[in-house]
Design a protein around this ligand. Structure first.
Ligand code: GSH
Length: 265
């Protein structure tokens, strides 16, 4: 039996659902309410020690980490394959998926907190906000988040996140010159990057990051036109959440343009 613990609009959950949909595999869906901290409850931590979504449970075996889950699903359900046929293509795919872990996910978290999530967090009573921060075991990570919540787009971590995203989107644009997909064929690399590039667009950062990068714009359009996107992303989108991201993203556009100018010189 296959169970997926996930959340509607979490990028990491979207990744895993895209893989399942591409393979036409159904999993029992267990929604994890991130707003109430359900991901940090002891029972859930037994499945996912970091306290994050998603987690896949296959015949009682828990697989945490979206990139690991996606590779696992591609092995257990090999058709259609989401890996290039040759070793060089697979190395290229893994280069990109490694960048998700190392750079794309943290940078996306920084800009998401600074632009969007902080509004809700700042409405919490200070004690509740402190409890949320205290649940983050790593002190560096805790202070990183505190700074983004308190200072939003004025946080140095926002500028750092934007710089990382600018580099990654530029690299993608170069890699996509003359080819439709990052590693040659549609693969786990495209699925992994798609959900974050889509989130960048939802946060209204496209004007700053996609300008002059027509290969990325074409690629984003292509990933969104696929059947798996219609099955795994669109039905889980919440219009009020998208509207909030749009409102907040529009409001910081002038500041984003200034920060970008400072970064690019
Ligand atoms: N590296 C992990 C990251 C998972 C992650 O950060 N998930 C977010 C949602 S996209 C989450 O659970 N956030 C809740 C929290 O930080 O408590 C993965 O790829 O699965």
């Amino acid at each position: 039996m296959l169970q997926l613990h996930h959340a509607d609009m979490s990028t990491c959950s979207q990744k895993v659902r895209l893989v399942l949909a591409e393979k036409n595999v159904k999993a029992e869906e267990i929604m994890v309410d991130l707003a109430t901290g359900a991901q940090k409850k002891p029972d859930y931590l037994k499945l996912n020690p970091g306290g994050y979504v998603p987690t896949l449970v296959h015949d009682g075996y828990a697989v945490p980490e979206s990139t690991v889950i996606c590779e696992y699903l591609d092995e257990v359900f090999p058709e259609p394959t989401l890996k290039p046929a040759d070793a060089m293509g697979r190395a290229s795919m893994r280069w990109w998926t490694r960048l998700i872990e190392e750079a794309l996910h943290p940078a996306n978290s920084a800009v998401s907190i600074a632009i969007w999530m902080r509004e809700g967090l700042l409405k919490q009573p200070p004690e509740a906000r402190e409890r949320g921060l205290a649940a983050i075991p790593n002190p560096g990570r805790r202070e990183w988040r505190r700074d983004l919540v308190e200072n939003g787009v004025e946080s140095m971590h926002f500028a750092a996140g934007l710089q990382t995203l600018d580099k990654l989107i530029g690299d993608m644009n170069d890699a996509l010159a003359g080819k439709p997909w990052l590693a040659g064929t549609y693969s786990l690399a495209d699925i992994g990057f798609a959900v974050y590039v889509n989130r960048i667009d939802e946060l209204q950062l496209g004007a700053a990051l996609f300008g002059g990068r027509s290969n990325v714009v074409r690629w984003l359009d292509a990933v969104r036109r696929r059947d798996n996107w219609r099955a795994a992303v669109e039905p889980y989108q919440h219009a009020p959440v998208l509207a909030t991201m749009k409102r907040l993203g529009e409001a910081v556009k002038p500041r984003v343009a200034e920060v970008m100018k400072g970064l690019r010189g």
